[in-house]
Design a protein around this ligand. Sequence first.
Ligand code: GLP
Length: 249
Amino acid sequence: MAIQLDIVETPDKVAQKAASLVADFIQAKPNAVLGLATGSTPVPTYRRLVQMHHKNGLSLAHITTFNLDEYVGLPESHGQSYRFFMDQNLFQHIDIPPEQTHVPNGLAPDPDQECKAFESKIQSAGGVDLWLLGIGHNGHIAFNEPGSSSDSRTRLINIAPETITANSRFFDHLSQVPRQALTVGIATILEARKILLLATGKDKALAVSKAVNGPISANWPASALQHHPDCTFILDQEAASLMTFTNST
Ligand code: GLP
């Protein structure tokens, strides 16, 4: 199955496109279940959704959200926890009741139990309608690092050294970056009814090309998205610059 491509000029246009797709989706299904991502890539998309809420009356009061992942060992109040990120960048600025937002608890005393409970909550909500994703330089989606199989579920994972280095830009020192995370699995993501992956910048071009053009391989976890019947990558020109095009893409 081919991943669909939507290539626009700039990161700002990626955000514009993604935000309007998400807003249209919510308008068509006000009680949609959305899967959300952290990282710097979706920040401008969240900013636009907040603007649409304030200026265009977009209501997110009835959606339910599930986040992809969380660092192990960081409390919610930590400036780099993904719960904190979501509150700061989106949830605090819209009308979603906090109890409708779900981020794995990185301080759970029993991580396996927390992961199972997270999967159950997704099932109880009726599954994810639309999952918004970013991509790591090594092709990870959520924290499914290279080696993660297509049938992986929500679990505790060791973060790859190259991801620790990439994410250290948000911390004062490399040593402060957590070494483990709770992440939804690739199978969990593939169960979403629709997937939108956003990528911007030259440094994502290799991972994007491996995901789209490469063989499906655990070495490039995002390549598993080729299994999905309704997956679109919204890319800026730089992120799309290493792909090869065939008639079907
Ligand atoms: C983190 C997150 C991923 C995200 C990736 C890319 O490692 N776990 O979900 O896609 O970073 O982040 P950025 O968008 O900042 O490049």
